[in-house]
Design a protein around this ligand. Structure first.
Ligand SMILES: [Zn+2]
Length: 844
């Protein structure tokens, strides 16, 4: 155990859980340093969309340093005006009902009123990197109107190990749903809705970032007790993190519901890693229109659900060894869904169960007794696709099927966040990729196992049809619009100035505006659509290629150069980097590394280095070089192979022979032939053996190569089957093949690259272009001389890596596939034929 690892254990407050400890209730705290417990009471007014709240926060300083400040998030203020950091970096709302805010009315710490020290602050823009570049006369933009972070000062500091009690009351205006929080009609999704403590990090101070459009959240672990007072219409239609412990009707047409997260049972049950469950957020939802469906996930049902499920249990068992505990706990699944999509409730449950099963199998059990799946209100998907502890929102559509992964992909992804975000609580501001990237990797793996390859569809007015167009429709500016009969536009500038004519000199006609019905009509018959099935893992690769080298993966989420770079580097690129690690160390070691990290970091706040260290330790490898290159640099790779193959020329000229004499090749060959004939004649006489002298002369007088060529008589088996190739009309032996294979790398990412070479009539040969060799030189050239013709060269034949920017040059075949292009050409022709026919019919 290195000091680095020891400090990680200490930081996370973890015990090294052996089998004995795992069985017994752990007395040691299982969460990271600080602990925070919330008791919240809130009353919602459905007419004004205002919320009045009070909360008591019990916070224990778990870092070895005293603090005389407390920092808080007020996330709803991101929506308060068009000068918040959120508005400036993203987009401000302009609809009146889309503004939302929170205002603190009172705050006391340990009974002392500290409201007088209340101060808003903007830690990410004040003194942030980049501002020193500004010239003297320029005024740095500091987002001074951002109100998403505030702090208070304390007279007496909170010492290490001490607990402080914070009481505060506030009022919020709830916005119409934005960025996954707010109302729409009676529908409520209340996320990031209460004043929330930042994370104290000891010497580094408070970690409490402004709300940026490309960041999510970060907070300490603990428990929540929440009491909500709501209009009576919400009775039976409220869901929240943890479980509802009481619900009662009040005498003023209102109800009061109480939630606890984790549930009272969960707070007493040690999970399979020997830790007591905690959570780091609380979210609730309510809608009188909800239909509430209950299901049960059980390990026994799911481990035998399909051959793919059974196989994965075997693989994990093999990787982790016979003693590892892999059985998962049963979980109650509540689906809150709108009536028009009730038919999808079971599919949401199955997708949730698949995520609980595969993620639990790989990264350790989901430790809570309950999970809530929310299907957000129709027509406002801004509430969809977001994760909270033991509750998440899914995405939806009216017409969907599992084999196009709808809504399954969003459900699996958001449920997967229970593991990466919920249980492993990385800082989503600073390392979004630690949860989004890990989750993107795992959701593709789970989807493929649970649902097989993904079917591609084309949608007309939201209705899915099997297949995709073989070729894209004409597009690109005015010409594309004209070819598609979308828009005809004319400008006759010369006619400008002539009063009547000017009116007709410029005009637009839109014969066929884009619409589902028209597109559907145009693409008939659907036989021109080609059926397409894809592997979600390759989907990750195409996402990664959209921004492969603009930024390193490992960056603060709001500092990527663009939204595109943020997305690529937080989701698909880390997924590709993780998947390629299976290629480097094998599935078993990979799984051990990931599971070890998951166990170490559960209920903790890991930083990237904690992942790198824990993976190396768990997998028993040292991939430090890889973590640097793949996660902390912009290095990319494009390998390629080129082959040059031709028959060696016949020998010409003067060759030095035995004794140093130069002789012309014709001479040498003539003598060799005569001697060979003599030797043959001698050999046929019974009882007379050749002296061997003749052969010696032959062997000495010409090179081994030529001898080999001479020996390759037409009678040789390989030539018999392929006589055109190996002999010419005169039946003269052919010269050997001279083959030149060049492997090349463009880009700086060096990974050990397997290759496979196959000759005609031979077993394939395999090898590796090592990382060291690649670091020394960006290419390597093999020169071969062989009687057999080279058939193919393939780089990374088992597709271990997903990094290569252009895979079309990773293989070489002596014979091209002439059928595939024809097949595609046929299809494209067909599609355009129909298209032209359709254009011809317009107006007819
Ligand atoms: Zn996500």
């Amino acid at each position: 155990m290195t000091p680095r690892q020891a400090s990680l254990l200490l930081l996370l407050g973890l015990t090294v859980a052996g089998p004995v400890l795992a069985q017994a209730p752990a007395a040691a705290p299982s969460h990271q340093g600080n602990r925070v417990d919330y008791r919240i009471g809130a009353r919602y007014n459905g007419e004004t969309h205002r919320l009045e709240g009070q909360e008591t926060i019990t916070w224990t300083n778990g870092r070895g340093v005293a603090t005389s400040e407390l920092w808080f998030h007020l996330y709803l203020n991101a929506f308060s005006n068009n000068r918040s950091t959120f508005a400036i970096e993203g987009s401000a709302a302009h609809e009146d009902d889309e503004w939302g805010w929170s205002r603190i009315k009172a705050i006391k710490v340990n009974g002392q009123d500290v409201f007088g020290t209340f101060e808003y602050t903007q830690p990410d823009t004040h003194g942030a990197a980049g501002y020193e570049l500004l010239g003297k006369g320029s005024k740095a933009f500091l987002a001074e109107d951002d109100r998403t972070v505030f702090k208070v000062s304390l007279e007496s500091p909170i010492e290490p190990g001490q607990t402080a009690e914070v009481r505060l009351s506030w009022t919020s205006a709830i916005p119409r749903v934005r960025r996954r929080t707010g109302y729409k009609d009676e529908f409520l999704l209340m996320a990031q809705w209460f004043p929330k403590l930042g994370v104290f990090e000891g010497e580094a101070g408070w970690n409490c970032h402004q709300f940026h459009p490309s960041t999510e959240f970060f907070s300490d672990y603990g428990s929540y007790h929440v009491t909500l007072n709501l209009p009576e219409e919400y009775s039976g239609k409220v869901g929240g993190s943890g479980v509802m412990v009481t619900s009662r009707t009040k005498n003023d047409d209102r109800i009061e519901v109480e939630f606890e997260a984790p549930s009272p049972n969960d707070q007493k049950r040690v999970d399979m890693f020997g830790k007591l469950p905690v959570v780091h957020d609380f979210t609730w939802t309510a809608d009188p229109k909800y239909r509430v469906e209950e299901f049960q996930f059980t390990w026994d049902d799911w481990k035998a659900k399909s051959p793919a499920h059974e196989d994965e249990v075997k693989r994990v068992r093999k990787a982790l060894g016979p003693d590892a505990r892999i059985a998962l706990r049963d979980v109650k699944v509540t689906v809150m869904i709108h009536p028009e999509r009730l038919g999808q409730a079971r599919r949401h449950f199955e997708a949730t169960a698949n995520a609980l099963f595969f993620y639990g199998l790989w990264f350790g059990e989901y430790p809570y007794e309950h999970i809530t799946v929310v299907d957000p209100v129709w027509g406002d998907n801004r509430a969809g696709g977001m994760e909270y502890p033991t509750l998440f929102t899914a995405g939806t559509g009216l017409f969907t099927s599992p084999d196009e992964y709808r809504p399954e992909s969003v459900t699996v992804h958001e449920c997967g966040h229970q593991f990466w975000y919920g249980l492993v609580g990385n800082n989503e501001f600073e390392s979004a990729w630690l949860d989004e990237g890990f989750n993107s990797f795992a959701d593709s793996e789970a989807l493929l196992r649970a649902y097989g390859p993904r079917r591609s569809t084309t949608r007309y007015s939201r209705l899915p049809f099997d297949g995709v167009r073989s070729a894209s429709l004409p597009s690109g500016g005015r010409l594309g619009d004209v070819l598609n009969a979308r828009e005809w536009k004319w400008d006759f500038d010369l006619l400008d100035g002539l009063p009547v004519i000017e009116k007709i000199a410029h005009g637009v006609v839109r014969p066929l505006p884009s619409s589902g019905m028209v597109d559907w009509w145009r693409d008939q018959p659907f036989s021109t659509l080609s059926s397409q099935w894809s592997d979600p893992r390759w989907g990750d690769r195409s996402g990664y290629l959209s921004s492969a080298d603009e930024d390193p993966i490992d960056m603060d989420a709001w500092t990527y150069v663009s939204r595109r770079s943020y997305r690529a580097n937080s989701y698909p690129r880390p997924a590709v980097a993780l998947r390629s690690m299976i290629g480097l160390v094998g599935y078993d070691a990979f799984l051990r590394g990931m599971r070890h990290y998951s166990r170490m970091a559960r209920y903790g706040h890991p930083v990237p280095e904690d992942f790198f260290d824990a993976f190396n330790e768990g997998a028993g490898v040292d991939l430090s070089w890889y973590f640097k290159d793949a996660f902390q640099s912009t290095k990319t790779i494009d390998w390629s192979v080129t082959v040059h193959q031709e028959r060696a020329e016949k020998r010409e000229g003067w060759f030095q022979t035995d004794g140093g004499r130069f002789r012309e090749i014709e001479d040498i060959e003539k003598q060799a032939a005569e001697e060979a004939a003599e030797a043959e004649a001698e050999a046929v006489l019974p009882g007379t053996e050749g002296t061997g002298e003749g052969q010696d002369v032959l062997a000495d007088s010409i090179s081994d190569d030529l001898a080999a060529a001479a020996a390759a008589e037409p009678a040789e088996p390989e030539a018999a089957g392929d006589s055109d190739e190996d002999t010419d009309e005169n039946d003269e032996p052919k010269t050997p093949w001279l083959i030149q294979v060049t492997l090349q790398r463009r880009g700086e990412l060096c990974l050990p690259l397997p290759w496979r070479i196959e000759f005609e009539n031979g077993d394939p040969e395999e090898g590796v272009w090592t990382r060291d060799q690649q670091l020394k030189k960006p290419w390597v050239r093999l020169r071969l001389e062989d009687d057999r013709k080279l058939k193919s060269v393939v780089l990374d034949p088992k597709r271990r890596y997903y990094f290569d920017g252009d895979m079309s040059d990773n293989q070489w075949y002596a014979d091209g596939d002439e059928v595939a292009p024809l097949r595609w050409a046929e299809r494209v022709l067909n599609q355009y034929g129909h298209l032209l026919h359709w254009y011809g019919g317009i107006g007819g």
